[in-house]
Design a protein around this ligand. Sequence first.
Ligand SMILES: [Zn+2]
Length: 408
Amino acid sequence: MRTQQLKLFAWPVIALATVFLTGSVASPDPNPAWGFFAHKRINRLAVLTLPPEMMVFFKKNIDYITDHAVDPDMRRYATKMEGARHYIDLDNYGKPPFEELPRQWLDALLKFTDIYMVKPSGDTVLVFGTRKPVPEFMTKDYKRWFASNVMPSFYQDSELLPADSLQAFFVANNIDREAPVSAFYKEHLSEHGILPWNLQRYQRNLTEAFRKRDARRILRLSADFGHYIGDAHVPLHTCSNYNGQKTNQHGIHGFWESRIPELFADENYDYFVGKPEYIPNTDDWFWQTAFDSNKLVDSVLNLEKGLRNSFPADRQMCPDTRLGRVGVYQCREFAKAYQDAMDGMVERRMRAAIHDVSSAWYTAWVDAGQPDLSNMTTNPLSPEELEEQKLLQQAYQQGKILGREEEH
Ligand SMILES: [Zn+2]
């Protein structure tokens, strides 16, 4: 997990102005990822494209799906594991078509995880891992062991492994080793983001929720899922230079995904995206979405850089009120010039996001056997869910993103 960093604007004058005008740059960002604005629009508009059999349920709950479009970003303030679900640094895996990158979660986690054991003497040794491959003949068995021992620990956010199961694996594979007193793993996958695998998981969970006709779970997962699919359409969510920090373009993240949609989307964007489509292979489709976003990264960065150099410097940043907060943001004309230079890319990605969100929901419903969604009632929140909502709110108010911090 990347360490916490508070990144100030690259332009010192702007940073100072921001501090002066807002009192602080460290207060919770009101507007993370695609902006609260765009995430809410995407979820809401996706509902409106659904077929009547789904609409009976989704339309009734459109406010829930809209309001909770930003829950995953709020969770980034509450849990360390959340951040990685929103992005993937594809540049960490070479060049397209990224053949070395396992498309399935289990394969990927297995490839980028080191397993350690502690010997009775107290010494810690690497058993298998990125620098110590598993011998060919035992890969199948190892995968099985990994699936039933490492995966559960991962989801429990614990790095401890049952030492006796490792010993049992040694014995079964005729590996002559002293029995470990304890075992643990270190994974090197989530530090570069796990977005596409997370989408695959949501697709399966949502399908299951439809199958069980579990109204509350359907709503919760649909709202979250819409958020992550939205993120996958943002080019800067697919590279390590996600806020222009490597190219001296700090602030570009929020410029692209928050400032531009907030200024222009409701005025100018064509939100009509047509009916959802059934997606036969969602696992591949999510990867393709990330790859499509990634292809746009160079344009996103280069066009902004060119504009920064050519646009009158004193007309790039303007004081403005945004979501009730006074600050210094990209001027309308400057934002318009960037949008025009990208030839409508932000609008295209937002439209694609709306269509893909409804298509993913629709596909889950079809795969679940098109359950009847009429007359489904949503029960009030359970005491645990209420408590979770409260904690989310508190963590968000306290405003410290755990893991990667973005600036919007
Ligand atoms: Zn996000």
